[in-house]
Design a binder for this molecule. Sequence first.
Ligand code: GTP
Length: 381
Amino acid sequence: MTEAILLVGGQGTRLRPLTSHIPKPLLPVAGVPFLTHQLARAAAAGVTRIVFATSYLAELFEDEFGDGSRLGLELEYVVEETALGTGGAIRNATERLRSAPGEPVLVFNGDILSGVDLAALRDGHRASGADVTLHLKRVADPRAFGLVPTDAEGRVQAFLEKPQTPEEITTDQINAGCYVFTRSVLDRIPAGRVVSVERETFPELLASGAHVRGVVDDAYWLDLGTPAAFVQGSADLVRGEVASPALPGPVGDALVLPGAHVHPSAVLSGGTVVATGAVVGEGAVVEGSVLLAGAEIAARASVHRSVVGRRARVGEGCVLDSVVIGDAARVAEGNELPPGLRIACGAHLPAHGVRTSASPVPCAAQGIAHSGVPHASSAAH
Ligand code: GTP
């Protein structure tokens, strides 16, 4: 038996308003709740039992996946009354494990789309006798991540959280959010309080002389935490840039789910997903975007690298680039929305509602939120 703990209790603040009603790991990505892809991969790697560490919108996970039999997995759910942080969540979930002290337990973040070879990570951990093995990735700009330099044998030398100065950036290897712990090591994490595995547990293990191992690979890897990454991950799955046993259709330029309506003259490309009940009107262009269930793109609108929430409507002739439209929001015809704009759930943006001047957007009271892009209007509430 191989057990795993899945961390899914975060609030997903960087993806608001998409995460206002759905936790990030359950947002539809390439047509199915994101976690379905990672759970299918875990099952394929021989994982048999997974404990979900939930907190934010906790009950929705069990509603979606139940006992896991549909995926060939045995699933359990633990709920934190108040979020315990990544380490506290792992410790809390450890209570439900059945693995013996010397057995390897996989732990992974619920928001990473990854092609890592989980079976090889687990087997390598066992063979090395390490206390913890971390999956590491090389990235071009490591400033937003925790850095993990290793020596020639792959032993971790330090944990450097979100370095800023060039002197602090001593490696391009980052913590990829997927670990193998020897079970007994999990039991040593303090119980009943907030703990960060990245800032507290790993540095303490290193300081105590534990064998902490890093494995770098070239597999696909993407942290779906931001809107840009979210649409990228979905598009990459649809186009087959990363394989998933859970993709609900053939690999291609677009995925149109049953019950969606796309006008024959509309053009879909770049790994776009049109979910059930969504409508794409005459002459509309949708590229690299995610249209959630019941979303509507009116005629001749142009939507690029954006997410359009459930039952949201984008009016005729609108132009969107890298925008997030919350559930049930409405964007009136002719709007050109600047990159980075986010529109709150249920908000109404009237015709010409976004200007490039400093004057406020008239519909501020209905909750337009934006990401601080300089040329967007500044009426955020
Ligand atoms: P942001 O708020 O946008 O940063 O997203 P997030 O809340 O998901 O935080 P982050 O990306 O740092 O979290 C990494 C992983 O740990 C995600 O899979 C989260 O669901 C999970 N996580 C973060 N904090 C907690 C927690 O307190 N409890 C549990 N159970 N999981 C957590």
